[in-house]
Structure formats: structure tokens, C-alpha cells
Design a protein around this ligand. Structure first.
Ligand code: MN
Length: 379
């Protein structure tokens, strides 16, 4: 049996740009480092055979040398435990990358090619196949023509890419070294240590167990990364089923709150509902839903401004749609417009970008046709 920890998408030195207050962004960066130190603590405590880091450990566009030194010091703490690292799309293996220029502890192995290379841990009967993201990577499907030997050893594939069967996730996080679950099936490895998607997920393929996992980011970096975040402890044994355990190491958990705005006429009604949630220590994403009275008007930006001191940080997303009921539509043009959009919606995938555009179009169009003015919706 082999036991290892799998993490990805740490994004050290991210700017926490969703947080408006500069001192709080600074505080979050310190908390972010604490999270990384806790990954190392967890590695010490669980005593695995090795640690895998599947890309986006830091941000290439604005890392500080101090942060790389911090990472190096942390990885030295678990010497001589092997640490295998691949670069992702945010810590690309480019000229000047700390992966190429820094002195890393000798227990840290960084895969320095854009193609798979393999390293065998002989006494464990394990082979790690890793490939880093390089400037040439882009939409290249790394996995399609790669298959691991079918032998008595356990084969682990480590890279940072987007599983493309789930189009919605690929749309949200961007396509990067894309692959499909069929590619995984033909590659034939025992475990796929993946990075790129920021929420925990496994790679599905019909009913078959694929053993491909995204741990997600261990610490939320954007305000919509709500809920618990994880690193994974994996126990793998040839011929027996895999065990994947989630471990939480995050400094701060972001929360999502939904406010039902059905029938609201006044922005103060929204503010009253948000005020109840106020908490200086919390990062909250507030989602406004429902069908308010078409008379309700608010600027999202001014609403955000009004609530900003009530939380450590907050974000508001507006998913409300004015309550334009058909029976109120004595305007024939508006009715025809509404029907046309209904027809177009039937042809759209739920929750797709096209659907969003159609819904926005309906609000703006009906605003114009029924009220003679278009409210300041953010699109
Ligand atoms: Mn990432």
C-alpha cells in the first residue's frame, strides 16, 4: 500500500483582489501562508510516502522572492520526504520561473518538461508520471497519446489540466491542457493527481471508477470559493479500491447566503436582510434571487458599498429578475418578444452563458418595452 497527500491550486501571492480593504488583503496573504504551513503540518502528522503538488503553487505574474523562500523553508521541514511538483497555468514553467532559478531542497522534484516524464520510487513499487505546464501547453491534449505500462507497479499521473467532459466547469475555469474521461481510461494509470478546478471533484466516466481527483484549492482565493476546502490523503493498493480522505487546512472559510427578493419594492428591504447577516470576521458571498417588483431599482455597486463595513469582506451577486407577469403584458410587442426568447431558451443548455445572455436580454428588453427605460443592470 502507498499513502500520499495530494494538493493543488494554492496560488500563494494571489492578490485577493475581491477584497476591497488593503490591510485585509495583507491579512489574507498572511493567512494563506499559514494554510501552506498547515499542509506541511498535515504531511508531518499523517506520515505519507510522498506529497504531490499539482500546479498553481504560486502566481508567476506577481510572486515575491520572500514567498518562494517561505515555500522552500516549508518543504525543507519534511526533508527527506519526496515532494513532486508540476507547474500549472498560473506558475508556468517559463524563463525566469523560480522552478528553474531557485535552489530547491533535494527532496523536491520539479517536473521540468511539458511532456510526461516518469520517476520510479523503487521500494514502494510506484511510478510518478508528471508533466508541467509550459508556454506551449495551451490546448494541447497531453493525455491522449500517453499510456502507462500495465505491470505490477502503481502508476500515478500528475498534471494541471481541465477535464473537458464537464463543459460548465471548463467554461468557468478555462480550458487548459484539456482531456476527457475517455483519455483517462486509455491512459490506464492507477491514480490521476489533477489540478486546475478550484473545488473538490472526481473525474466521472459512466459507472466506472476513474481514480482522477481534483482536491481544489486548500484556501479560498476568490470570494465565490465558498464552503470547505481540502487537501487529499490517498491510500492506493494494487488490485484493491482506493481510499480518498479530505483534510481541511484552510485559515478561513467563505460563506454563501441567498436572499429571496420576491416582491421587494425597495432597496432598503435588501439591506435589512443583509444587515442580519453582519459579521466582522466573515467573508460572505450574498446572492440575490427571486422576482422583485419591477419598480425595485438599485445599483449593485452602491449596494456593495453600503454593506462593506458589515463583514471582513463581501460580494453581492444579483440573480433577481423583475416580476414581469404575462397577464400584465397588454403590450403586444413585449408579449411577442417574451415568446421569442422563451423559444430560444428551450434550445439552450441550463446555466450556460447563452442562457444567461438570454435572461439578461429579456430583462433589458422588457424594461425598455414596458417601462420605457432600462435599469442599471450589470451584465
Ligand atoms: Mn488554479
Amino acid at each position: 500500500m502507498v499513502k500520499f497527500l495530494h494538493t493543488a491550486d494554492i496560488h500563494l501571492d494571489t492578490r485577493f483582489s475581491g477584497i476591497r480593504d488593503k490591510s485585509k488583503r495583507k491579512q489574507r496573504r498572511a493567512e494563506h501562508r499559514e494554510c501552506f504551513a498547515r499542509i506541511i503540518d498535515a504531511t508531518e502528522q499523517t506520515a505519507p510516502d510522498f506529497l504531490l503538488i499539482a500546479g498553481d503553487m504560486f502566481e508567476q505574474t506577481h510572486f515575491s522572492p520572500d514567498t518562494i523562500n517561505f515555500i522552500v523553508r516549508q518543504l525543507e521541514r519534511i526533508y527527506p520526504l519526496p515532494v513532486f511538483v508540476v507547474a500549472g497555468n498560473h506558475d508556468l514553467l517559463v524563463t525566469g520561473s523560480p522552478y528553474l532559478t531557485w535552489e530547491w531542497p533535494s527532496n523536491v522534484h520539479i517536473f521540468q518538461e511539458g511532456q510526461f516524464q516518469s520517476i520510479e520510487i523503487k521500494h514502494k513499487g510506484v511510478v510518478i508520471h508528471g508533466a508541467s505546464a509550459t508556454q506551449q501547453s495551451g490546448f494541447h491534449n497531453l493525455l491522449r497519446n500517453y499510456s502507462v505500462p500495465q505491470d505490477e507497479r502503481m502508476h500515478i499521473v500528475l498534471f494541471h489540466g481541465s477535464e473537458a467532459t464537464d463543459r460548465r466547469a471548463a467554461e468557468q475555469w478555462g480550458s487548459w491542457l484539456p482531456f476527457s474521461s475517455e483519455d483517462i481510461l486509455s491512459c490506464g494509470a492507477d491514480y490521476y493527481a489533477l489540478g486546475h478546478y478550484h473545488g473538490f471533484r472526481s473525474v466521472p466516466f459512466q459507472q466506472k471508477e476513474m481514480n482522477g481527483y481534483y482536491p481544489g484549492c486548500p484556501e479560498p482565493t476568490k470570494l465565490d470559493e465558498t464552503g470547505p476546502k481540502y487537501i487529499l490523503e490517498v491510500k492506493l493498493e494494487k488490485g484493491s479500491s482506493i481510499q480518498v480522505e479530505k483534510i481541511q487546512v484552510q485559515s478561513r472559510q467563505y460563506r454563501e447566503e441567498v436572499i429571496d427578493c420576491n416582491g421587494f419594492r425597495d432597496r432598503n428591504q435588501i439591506l435589512e436582510r443583509i444587515k442580519v447577516l453582519a459579521n466582522q470576521d466573515e467573508v460572505v458571498k450574498i446572492i440575490l434571487e427571486g422576482y422583485p417588483d419591477p419598480a425595485l431599482e438599485f445599483e449593485l455597486e452602491s449596494l456593495r458599498e453600503s454593506v462593506k463595513d458589515w463583514f471582513f469582506a463581501s460580494e453581492i451577486e444579483n440573480r433577481t429578475r423583475p416580476d414581469y407577469r404575462l397577464e400584465q403584458m397588454d403590450n403586444l410587442l413585449a408579449l411577442r418578444f417574451h415568446e421569442q426568447l422563451q423559444e430560444a431558451r428551450v434550445r439552450c443548455e441550463p446555466n450556460s452563458r447563452d442562457m444567461q445572455v438570454l435572461e439578461e436580454a429579456e430583462v433589458l428588453g422588457l424594461d425598455a418595452l414596458l417601462r420605457g427605460q432600462i435599469r442599471g443592470y450589470e451584465i
